[in-house]
Design a protein around this ligand. Structure first.
Ligand code: SAH
Length: 242
């Protein structure tokens, strides 16, 4: 099954953009994933090809018309999940990416201006997705972020088949730090254990560093997922409660 991405945008020229180079680009050429891009403007009904209008109730900016966006969406809808990129959407996680990547693909709606007319979300089954607590000028870059994360998990896209599994977030932990040659640089050496050749010791060191880094850098992640890792905070709490 080939992952199929359909993107709905007012700026089709932005695609494939970064998804056309490196890993994702090569995979696209090799048909390991597919992309079609629909210009929302092609579904405007009037002579001026209008896609937006002023906000009801007044205020700044323009709002994407629900009738035009729905017509564009209906033209590609085929049962794949429909995702709209919105800052108020559910924050994207590696877990959601994994599930999406294992499916048939995704239909991705890119907003512009002030965003979409709310009735669109009432009338169609649409999952709103955010890529973080900041505002972009449009949904296209957010859609590329989402698709890139899905594409790299497709079979045969990444070099080593295993390289997706040890990454940050996959076990609810950040990844351990990396080193490569030279062994000594500006007086700093690669940790001894990584040069020992003792695979069990190396694995233990990496696990310990992953746990330590997660606790220090992302206490929120540690609180949520620490259970899965050794020495979890909730495990410790459970012990003291007993
Ligand atoms: N008025 C909106 C922001 C609109 S930004 C608000 O205050 O919430 C224009 C478009 O950019 C949005 O419709 C959305 O498609 C996209 N966008 C902006 N920030 C985003 C984010 N953090 N995640 C996903 N999409 C985003």
């Amino acid at each position: 099954m080939t992952f199929r991405a359909s993107v709905l945008t007012l700026y089709p020229d932005m695609f494939p953009g970064p998804l056309g180079v490196s890993l994702a680009g090569r995979a696209l050429e090799e048909d390991k994933w597919r992309l079609d891009v629909t210009n929302i403007r092609d579904f405007a009904a009037d002579r001026h090809r209008t896609v937006d209008d002023t906000p009801a109730g007044g205020g700044a900016g323009m709002v994407l018309r629900c009738d035009v966006v729905a017509a564009a969406l209906d033209s590609v809808a085929d049962g794949r999940p429909v995702l709209a990129m919105t800052p108020r959407g559910k924050p994207l996680t590696q877990a959601r990416v994994r599930t999406l990547a294992a499916g048939e693909g995704a239909i991705v709606l890119c907003g512009r201006f002030e965003g979409f007319d709310e009735r669109l979300f009432e009338a169609r089954e649409i999952e709103e997705v955010s890529i973080g607590d900041f505002i972009l000028s449009g949904g296209e870059l957010a859609a590329m972020v989402l698709l890139d994360a899905c594409i790299r998990l497709q079979g045969g896209v990444m070099g080593a088949a295993s390289s997706g599994e040890e990454e940050s977030f996959e076990e609810g932990l950040l990844e351990y730090p990396h080193y490569t040659r030279p062994v000594e640089w500006e007086g700093r050496t690669i940790p001894e254990v990584l040069r020992s050749g003792d695979h069990a010791k190396i694995a233990a060191w990496r696990k310990a560093r992953a746990i330590e880094d997660t606790r220090l850098r992302r206490p929120d992640l540690w609180e949520r997922h620490g259970d899965a890792a050794d020495g979890s905070p909730s495990g410790a709490r459970r012990k003291t409660q007993d």
